[in-house]
Every structure is written in C-alpha cells, then in structure tokens.
Design a protein around this ligand. Structure first.
Ligand code: F6P
Length: 341
C-alpha cells in the first residue's frame, strides 16, 4: 500500500513520535510505502508532499513540533476542496491516509471517510479535551512545562510580595489549568467550565497574603468571570482567525492589583506549552498510537481512530472523536478547591 501521513491543527509534542512509529512499523513490518503531506489538509488539497521513509524519521522521536508542518486548512470550506483531495490522492496512487490531529482535523477525516476516502485517525491536542480517548499526547508535556513555570513563579512572587496570575492554554476545557495548578501548588485555579466570582478570588488572595505567602493563580485562557465583563476580551480573534492569548490573565492581574492594593503580574505561558521535547509519557502514548494506527491501515480497518482506554489502545469510529468535548467535571474542580486561599 502507499500511505499518506499528515498532521493538522495546533502542533503538539509527540507528533513526530507518531509519524516515526507509523513509518517504522509500516515499512519494517508490513513493507508499505509512505508519502508525507505538508501542512495538514493543505498537503493533499494542493498536492504538496515530502519524502517519508526510514531515513526521514531517524532521530525525530524527541523532537517537538512536526516534520510535516501543520495548518488549520479545512477542505470543506474551500471550493471543490474534497474533489481536489480525491483527485490528488488518485493521481499520486495514495491508497490510505493516517490523519493526526484534533477536533477539526479529525472532523474532516470523518467526513472524508463517509465520502469514500480511506482514513485512520490519531487524536492529538495538548488540551486533552477529546471525549473518545482517556488522554491525548502533548497534554502531559504541557502540564509539566506549566508546572515548572509555576514552581519558578512561586519564588519570585514571594520575593516581591506580589500576586502572580499564570494564564495557561485551554479555550473550552481547563485540564491544563487543573493539573498544572494542582501539581504546582496554585492557590486558586480558574477554568472555562466554572465561571468565577471575582470577589471570591480577591478574598483568596487576601487570605494568602495574611499567611505571608504570595498567591499564585492559574487561569485557563477561556475562563470567565460571572459578571461576563470579559466577554469582549475573551475569544477575541486576530486577523488569521486565531484566538488572542493573554486577555483574561492580564485583566485579572489588573483587577487584583486594584482591589487588593498589592502588586500583581500576569504571565502568559502561551505557546511554550506546545513547544519542545515530549515527556516520556507522551512519547510512549504517541508511539503506541502510531503502532496501532498502522495496524488498522494494514488491516483495511478505515474510518477508525485509535484511542487510549485505561491502559489499552483501542479503535473507535472516527465519528466518535468529535462527538463530545471532554470538559473538567465539577467533582474534579471541587477536589482542587481544598487548596484555594
Ligand atoms: O488546541 C490547542 C491550542 O493550543 C489551544 O489550547 C489554544 O487555544 C489554541 O490551540 C491556540 O491556537 P494558535 O496556535 O492558533 O494560536
């Protein structure tokens, strides 16, 4: 078989580990041939490829990003997009695709499968918000990066008797904030799932100062106060249709400074959470996803996505990948509240 591989959406530590596993087992065990598509769905749409064989995947396991490049191109939003993809795949003799991506990329994969394209999906997002899998690779790395930043911010906050607001990624789901906040000993954690009461946050900050320690607040980029004043800042898009980071973190630091009379700083971790080498957990998960994805392709089991269920990798219908956004349940949030203030 000739198999195309693509990575779409926001990049994520572990993408290269998936590509490597797919190619190593695909060539070594099954004798398939590969073609790398550049920049997500843009690759098959415009016929942009790069060679993808054993030499190309050598040494990429620890590398962040993706050797294939990524984009948020959606062929369903482009005139004749689907027809162009089908034609290009036929012209290049590509029998099947491994699509590695999040909600949008896998949403496209689902629809293409229904239109007769042979696709196997691999879930990816640092946000960990895909309902069909227990974990996505990239999440553990992002949490570790945020935790290390929080550890460092504790000491500088204490030296200056300041409040530090750490804004982490997570537009719709607060998994990174919850896990990094717990691991880093944050005094308040604010998530998109639970609107926050600014008065309560002020109270927690004041309590913390009374104990002579400085408060560290971890907030997801998608968190909102109950009064909704932030609606205009949150979710604001730039000229490319991307979400602007920093809105809520800076707003909160400003409010806390005014309300508590203590200096406050906002630290927006932004894309540092997506860059660099994956953790061991993410390398193993990404590698296992890759190995199981190529098995599915080899068996002709298309329209499936690999997923982690407990400790096993299973196959689920691609459509399941995008059916449900996995947000933080209330009971997980209330656990964390024991540390607030
Ligand atoms: O979905 C992953 C993610 O990193 C989100 O946490 C974040 O909101 C978004 O991507 C940022 O997108 P971009 O890289 O386009 O700015």
């Amino acid at each position: 078989m000739r198999i195309g591989v693509l990575t779409g959406g926001g990049d994520c530590p572990g993408l290269n580990a998936v590509i490597r596993a797919v190619v190593r087992k695909g060539v070594g065990t099954y004798g398939h041939e590969f073609v790398g598509f550049r920049d997500g769905w843009k690759g098959p749409l415009e016929g942009i490829t790069r060679p993808l064989g054993i030499p190309e995947v050598r040494g990429i396991l620890p590398r962040g990003g993706t050797i294939l490049g990524s984009s948020r191109t959606n062929p369903f939003k482009i005139e004749n997009g689907v027809e162009r993809i089908k034609q290009n795949l036929a012209d290049m003799g590509v029998d099947a695709l491994v699509a590695i991506g999040g909600e949008d990329t896998l949403g496209v994969a689902t629809k293409l499968t229904e239109l007769g394209v042979n696709v196997v999906g691999v879930p990816k997002t640092i946000d960990n918000d895909l309902g069909a899998t227990d974990f996505t690779f990239g999440f553990d790395t992002a949490v570790n990066i945020a935790m290390e930043a929080i550890d460092r911010l504790h000491t500088t906050a204490e030296s200056h008797h300041r409040t530090v607001v750490v804004e982490v990624m997570g537009r719709h789901a607060g998994w990174i904030a919850l896990h990094a906040g717990l691991a880093g000993g944050a005094n308040v954690i604010l998530l998109p799932e639970q609107k926050f009461d600014l008065d309560k946050v002020v109270e927690h900050v004041e309590t913390r100062f009374k104990t002579n320690y400085s408060p560290i607040i971890v907030i997801s980029e998608g968190a909102m106060p109950t009064d909704g004043d932030m609606i205009t800042l949150n979710g604001e898009l730039d000229a490319f249709g991307h979400v602007r980071l920093g809105g809520i973190g800076n707003w909160l630091a400003d409010q806390l400074e005014k309300r508590t009379g203590k200096e406050a700083r906002a630290v927006v971790l932004g894309h540092t959470q997506r860059g660099g080498t994956p953790t061991a957990f993410d390398r193993v998960l990404a590698t296992r996803f890759g190995l199981h994805a190529i098995d599915a392709v080899h068996e002709g089991d298309f329209g499936k996505m690999v997923a982690l269920r407990s400790t096993d990798i299973v196959r689920v219908p691609l459509a399941e990948a995008t059916r449900e956004l996995k947000t933080v349940p209330l009971h997980r949030y209330t656990e964390a509240e024991a540390f607030f203030g």
